[in-house]
Design a protein around this ligand. Structure first.
Ligand SMILES: Cc1ncc(COP(=O)(O)O)c(C=O)c1O
Length: 455
């Protein structure tokens, strides 16, 4: 019998770095690891309560229904389902996408749609299509932590516009656009998650939506609307997506089945004006030829049963309860100095601690208590967000949410007690955040104080 192959080293040694260092492309110097991917390895330990992932609860999907759908595929379309497919995706998958977008009032042309390997690939392909090194890309502050490594790897200049509880400060966006115009520059796009934002949980108000698409038209700038959570609303009235308000000339839309069905199937999509779509398709051909045929067949089967809206309604019930449990637990276990958002939908709450607590350091301590969250700096390109954290409430059960928040609250209380001992002074009580360079506040979201906005 031949020897088994040697296990590869987990980390590059100094000798490895010397051997390969001269070969790396310039762009690798600015590549960043996604904070969530790093955390996933640690949080895979069963004893860890992870409030770090952006995970939907896939245990809610009935295994019997999954088995029946896959069996039907095997029996009726095995050869086709195991074959390559068109780069743009199957028409039947696009029919399902049109149903999902239709549920939020959008009606794109099927030929403007491309099926992608998750929404993440759509963000990557759009950036690959539009951004040269040094080009400005505008996004929210904080922004989706998974978009930061994409913008970095294409060497974009990330300009982050602060959010408050009504989403991106569009008045500040206007100033940024005017400033760039004075320099003779135009951003390649404005990236926004307008509904139940990842990570802050905030939603762009109707007036700001209208103003944002007006600005896009005035300045002839594209907006990339990333909307994984629009159908996961737990309270309040639905708001029109930017794509619907604008009509699709200046809005590129990104959607996904990850949060309303399954992230494991890796199916998302983009809708773009034809000239942009042509280039995105070329980029996709180079990246992976086509999206998984098998999972596109699965989605087709699943939608043909006509129960996809019922499943989302079930998810909404479960996640609404989990959000409420997390809000109650934060009230109970987080100190008076902490503040947090109260999302009307989606998967995340954004909490901010006194500025002297670094959430990266806090995470190391929290992991010793077997609990994890995403430290806030992962949502910024410039090191801000250090006293904030993203907490996920969808992926764990109610008892674990309570226990997880209790454990984080405990390490926060220890940090505060330590600060008091070291400085001999009482910490400033929920004071406004320290102004950062340029007069902006460090974490601008006017977070709700503990105890406010209950019920
Ligand atoms: C705002 C946002 N965009 C994109 C994605 C990527 O999702 P996927 O690639 O699974 O569709 C996520 C996942 O959490 C997200 O929150």
């Amino acid at each position: 019998m031949s020897e088994p192959p040697h296990r590869r080293r987990a980390h590059a040694s100094a000798r490895d770095l010397e051997r390969y260092g001269g070969l790396f492309a310039e762009r690798t110097k600015v590549m960043r690891s996604s904070a969530m991917r790093d955390l996933m390895a640690i949080t895979a330990r069963p004893e860890v309560i992870s409030l770090a992932g952006g995970l939907p609860d896939t245990s809610t999907f009935p295994p019997k229904s999954f088995a029946a759908q896959m069996t039907r595929i095997a029996q009726e379309s095995s050869a086709q389902a195991l074959q390559y497919g068109p780069t743009e995706g199957f028409e039947e998958t696009k029919d399902c996408i049109l149903q999902v977008m239709g549920a939020e009032g959008m009606l794109p042309e099927p030929e403007d749609v491309i099926v992608t390997t998750g929404g993440q690939q759509a963000i990557d392909l759009i950036t690959k299509t539009l951004v040269d090194p040094g080009d400005p890309v505008i996004c929210e502050a904080p922004t989706y932590p998974g978009a930061v490594p994409v913008f970095c790897s294409y060497q974009a200049e990330m300009i982050q516009v602060d959010c408050d509880e009504q989403g991106m400060r569009v008045d500040r966006l206007e100033e940024v656009l005017a400033g760039l115009a004075r320099e003779g520059r135009r951003p390649k796009f404005i990236y926004s998650v307008p509904s139940f934002q990842n990570p802050a949980g905030v939603t762009l108000s109707f007036e700001r939506r209208r103003r944002l698409v007006e600005l896009a038209r005035e300045h002839e700038v594209l907006v990339v609307e990333d909307n994984p959570y629009g159908l996961l609303r737990y309270e309040g009235e639905p708001l029109p997506p930017l794509f619907q308000l604008e009509g699709g000339d200046y809005v590129i839309y990104v959607g996904t089945f990850s949060k309303i069905l399954s992230p494991g199937i890796r199916l998302g999509w983009a809708v773009a004006p034809p000239p942009v779509m042509e280039k995105i398709v070329l980029g996709k051909q180079a990246a992976d030829l086509c999206t998984s045929t098998l999972t596109q067949y699965f989605v087709r089967e699943y939608f043909s049963e006509g129960r996809w809206r019922d499943y989302i309604a079930d998810l909404v019930e479960i996640y609404r309860r989990r959000r409420d449990v997390m809000l109650e637990a934060l009230d109970k276990h987080f100190p008076a100095q902490a503040t947090w958002t109260r999302p009307e939908g989606g998967l995340f709450i954004w909490a901010t601690l006194p500025e002297y607590i670094d959430s990266g350091d806090l995470l190391a301590k929290a992991l010793r208590e077997d609990v994890a969250f995403v430290p806030g700096h992962a949502a910024y390109g410039d090191g801000r967000g250090r006293s904030s954290m993203r907490l996920n409430f969808s992926g764990v059960r109610e008892e674990e949410i309570r226990e997880g928040v209790r454990r984080i609250g405990k390490v926060v209380a220890e940090q505060i007690a330590l600060y008091e001992r070291l400085t001999g002074e009482l910490p400033p009580a929920a004071a406004p955040q320290r102004p950062a360079a340029g007069g902006e506040s460090a974490d601008v979201l006017p977070f709700r104080r503990a105890g406010e906005g209950r019920g």
